[in-house]
Write a protein that binds this ligand. Structure first.
Ligand code: ADP
Length: 161
């Protein structure tokens, strides 16, 4: 029954880990913070259709921010702005800073991540092999979103809009 599925899914959340439900690194659409938001890149983003894009500095394993595609609504592709300039809010202190994404370990339980998502900062987390390792040593493994977890509870795929 549907109820049976739901209950089983909810109970399984205890044991399931992020590693089992994440979208793997090689399948993640991500961009360099220095990428130029020209027409071609905007088209690619449109084609991919994701609402959030992990942004890295220097190498793809080094995710520092999430770009929300809706932040680009008023971007003029002819201005050739970089992602960095979109993410960066000028502070009074002249120091520029952007919000860092949520980082979780592969071994984290779905329950824990759901708790984090409920706090409302973001519904997408960046997955590393082990977030307790020093930054330079940890390996980027993928991403997990609220949808990935809900699919586990429902025990079926949610067809994307
Ligand atoms: P969206 O609707 O923006 O794609 P969802 O949170 O609904 O985001 O996730 C739908 C699926 O797409 C999930 O499996 C999620 O892991 C995956 N996903 C989300 N963002 C990306 C991305 N930038 N690159 C690759 N896969 C993604």
């Amino acid at each position: 029954t549907d109820e049976g599925h739901l209950i089983k899914g909810a109970l399984d959340m205890h044991d399931k880990t992020v590693g089992e439900v994440m979208t793997k690194a090689e399948d993640v659409f991500m961009l360099s913070i220095d990428a130029k938001l020209d027409r071609e890149l905007l088209k690619t983003m449109l084609k991919k259709g994701h609402s959030r894009i992990p942004v890295y500095v220097n190498e793809p394993g080094n995710v520092v921010a999430l770009l929300l595609v809706k932040q680009l609504l008023l971007t003029n592709p002819d201005e050739g702005r970089t992602i960095r300039s979109i993410l960066t809010k000028k502070k009074k202190s002249h120091k520029k800073k952007f919000a860092s994404p949520l980082y979780v370990s592969m071994s984290a339980r779905l329950e824990e991540v759901l708790d984090e998502f409920q706090q409302g900062r973001s519904h997408l987390a960046i997955v590393y092999d082990d977030v307790s390792k020093p930054e330079g040593e940890r390996k980027f493994m993928g991403i997990v979103t609220l949808e990935d977890i809900i699919e586990e509870i429902l025990q079926e795929e949610i067809v994307d809009e």
